[in-house]
Design a binder for this molecule. Structure first.
Ligand code: AMP
Length: 280
């Protein structure tokens, strides 16, 4: 496996590979790999000749009071894991090489980002859409794999690719969980013992909500209120950021469940802001 730090060098390599007729798969990440990231790499590996994974803690998707400074980072550890999972090129640029001092061009996807994480993290999706566009330009992928854990992010990228006619296939991959049901996240390392015991209740509550829908409760206010009460009891160390039920593609809030729906939640537990979702 090769590690490339320089963006222009990556772009040059990618253009050469494409000119040779090779297909490229891309898995964008912020690193500190867990099984969720690795499953995306395994998926992309099957879909392309050359697998590129990017590791970049993108500053523009963090708000001023968020965890950018503390975000876990270990290039050697991640390089070893990436290499075991068939990555051909690990792209690990420096911040100043990705953003020029007078960077001022942004990609925004307003319709899908006014609620859920976009509401709590106002600059987040502008940063995500912009960095993913840059990564697409640099790595020239035919296919890019993203996790369904970040469902809104996946919806934003699919919309952006459609609206801008970016020639890449965007693939969503199911959430990978710990045995307890907790969605894997690089941020789980922030959890203290007692917090870690309560965090799996996020998933338990979502499963309970799905059961309620199967039992014919379709009023979204009732479903959300029941989940809110469950979290208040079962996650006393948590603060609910949001509980929403939305259309899975256009991320608009639903009043009643009459077709496909996504329940998405964000709960702050200690210093970890954890998100999860379920299709119902
Ligand atoms: P991150 O490094 O957290 O920005 O995540 C990089 C990619 O991995 C994103 O597409 C995430 O949606 C995906 N991802 C993160 N955690 C998981 C998980 N538990 N299961 C599946 N995909 C995940």
């Amino acid at each position: 496996m090769e590690i490339i730090h320089n963006p222009k060098e990556l772009q040059q390599r990618a253009l050469e590979l494409r000119a040779e007729g090779k297909t490229i798969g891309l898995v964008p990440t912020m690193g500190y790999f867990h099984r969720g990231h690795l499953s995306l790499m395994d998926e992309a590996r099957k879909r392309a000749d050359v697998l590129i994974t990017s590791l970049f803690v993108n500053p523009t998707q963090f708000g001023p009071s968020e965890d950018l400074e503390n975000y876990p980072y270990d290039l050697d550890r991640d390089a070893a894991l990436a290499s075991e999972h068939g990555v051909d090129i690990l792209f690990a640029p420096k911040k100043d090489d990705m953003y020029h001092g007078n960077h001022c061009t942004w990609v925004t996807v307003p319709d899908l980002t006014e609620i859920l994480c976009g509401k709590s993290r106002p600059v987040h999706f502008r940063g995500v859409a912009t960095i993913v566009t840059k990564l697409f330009m640099l790595a020239q992928p035919n296919v890019a794999v993203f996790g369904q854990k970040d469902w809104q992010q996946l919806a934003v990228i699919k919309r952006m690719v459609r609206d801008l006619d970016i020639p890449v296939e965007v693939v969503g991959h199911p959430v990978v969980r710990e045995e307890s049901g907790l969605a894997m996240s690089s941020r789980n390392v922030y959890l203290k013992d007692e917090e870690r015991q309560q965090a799996p209740m996020i998933r338990k509550g979502l499963l309970k909500l799905r059961q309620e829908v199967e039992n014919n409760i379709s009023d979204c206010d009732t479903l959300k209120e029941n989940l809110r009460n469950f979290y208040r009891t079962e996650i006393p160390l948590g603060t609910i950021d949001y509980i929403e039920i939305v259309h899975p593609d256009d991320i608009t809030p639903l009043v009643k469940i009459e077709g496909p729906a996504l329940c998405a939640v964000a709960v702050q537990i200690g210093s970890a802001r954890l998100i999860d979702n379920i299709l119902v």
